[in-house]
Design a protein around this ligand. Structure first.
Ligand SMILES: Nc1ncnc2c1ncn2[C@@H]1O[C@H](COP(=O)(O)OP(=O)(O)O)[C@@H](O)[C@H]1O
Ligand SMILES: [Mg+2]
Length: 378
């Protein structure tokens, strides 16, 4: 269907909503097929290290794409604001540049021009990353056929009130007729399964949420420029506490109590914790976890619990454990859409929060952080 032919807005939204669901279903089906097929390959070829490694890498890539898709959808439908902090956009963009490297098609050059010193904004890091990568991916997509240049430029205004981020490409450009609609949710000129039409809607929402502005301009056949203004902040980013090496604790074989109602997550958690060198006990719910701790109050070194569980939630479990064993470190594993704020969680005795889906590295760091705080007595 040609999305340009229909100018009736409400009708158009209904149609594109249908298209969107089909697009998402199509994307997910492909990704799941990849995960399924490669899991089978890995199982069959587990004696062949090289084949297994390749299959596992493909599984990880598919899972990452599925995660991107879900993040895009949830950022657009999210109402609450995410926790923010002072971040150096220059550092963040150089990370984005590295992460995008795999997505650069042949014949396309990428040029990031970043200033010499820090450019700070107060924002949520993953939203800022999403903003930059959505714009870059659109450019890369437009350049895929004939090649060209994607340039990203970050420059603070002289009075340090605002930072200007420009994402430009010399691809085919955007026809004048559709330029006013590109920020509309679900508006896409791409095929089903290729575009969801949510990328720029998400970018627009993020920019306005942070009190900034965005403009798009294009000369068809020549270039496209997106210019974003964001308020700068005078503070400097907090020094990240250097995380103790996870290896420090592996040798000691600390005992972890893993609480999760989902059998798959429990199995995965157990495997990961074993790989990291911990002893693991499991509980299927909060009640079971409480009973285990009550029975052996000195056995466990840490509780690692899922947040959303029937009967008793993770935060509720943390609160109850405080009265049994107040110094037992508690890590909460959660999806972003928690009703309880981070400050409230700390009050309930939650030391570290790990967001789902997590990298093993992040979990490992949270574990060593929580365990080292305990052993150093604060
Ligand atoms: N750099 C660009 N060059 C050409 N067209 C673009 C560019 N960026 C965005 N567009 C147009 O804007 C539309 C909406 O973009 P977006 O919201 O990211 O959704 P999607 O990429 O899923 O189509 C795209 O389908 C495309 O037509
Ligand atoms: Mg896009």
């Amino acid at each position: 269907m040609d999305p340009l032919s229909d100018h009736e807005v409400s009708q158009d939204k209904l149609i594109t909503l249908g298209e969107l669901s089909r697009g998402i279903a199509h994307d997910l089906k492909n990704l799941l097929t990849g995960i399924h097929g490669n899991s089978e390959l890995a199982l069959r070829g587990y004696k062949n290290e090289k084949a297994t490694k390749k299959a596992l890498t493909n599984i990880m890539l598919a899972a990452r794409s599925a995660q991107d898709l879900v993040e895009q959808i949830s950022s657009y439908s999210r109402n609450e604001t995410l926790p923010d902090k002072v971040i150096d956009l220059r550092q963040l963009l150089s990370k984005t540049e590295k992460l995008l490297a795999d997505a650069v098609p042949p014949g396309v050059n990428v040029d990031f021009q970043l200033p010499e010193s820090a450019v700070c904004v107060r924002a949520n890091p993953s939203q800022m990353h999403q903003l930059a990568s959505n714009l870059c991916l659109n450019s890369l997509h437009s350049l895929a056929r004939d090649g060209g240049l994607l340039s990203v430029k970050l420059s603070p205004k002289a009075d340090s009130s605002e930072v200007v981020l420009t994402v430009s490409d010399d691809g085919p450009g955007i026809p004048e007729k559709i330029l006013p609609r590109i920020f509309d949710p679900y508006f896409t000129t791409k095929e089903i399964g290729v575009g969801t039409g949510l990328g720029l809607a998400v970018v627009h929402k993020i920019v306005t949420d942070y009190g900034g502005s965005i403009t798009a301009s294009s000369t068809p056949g020549q270039s496209t420029d997106f210019v974003i203004h964001l308020p700068m902040c005078a503070e400097q980013p907090e020094e990240e506490e250097p995380a103790p090496e996870p290896e420090d604790f592996v040798a000691e074989k600390k005992a972890i109590l893993l609480v999760d109602d989902e059998p798959i997550m429990r199995g995965l958690g157990m495997d990961i914790l074993h790989t990291l060198g911990y002893r693991v006990s499991v509980a299927e719910n909060g009640r079971e976890a409480l009973a285990l701790v009550q029975k052996n109050p000195d056995y466990f070194d840490l509780v690692l619990s899922d947040s959303k569980m029937p009967e008793m939630t993770g935060p509720e479990l943390a609160e109850q454990l405080q009265s049994i064993k107040p110094d037992l470190p508690f890590i909460l594993v959660t999806a972003f859409n928690d009703a309880v704020t981070e400050a409230k969680l700390k009050q309930l005795g939650v030391q570290e929060i790990v967001h789902k889906p997590f990298l093993i590295e992040n979990l490992s760091r949270a574990l060593s952080n929580a365990l080292s705080k305990k052993s150093s007595g604060n």
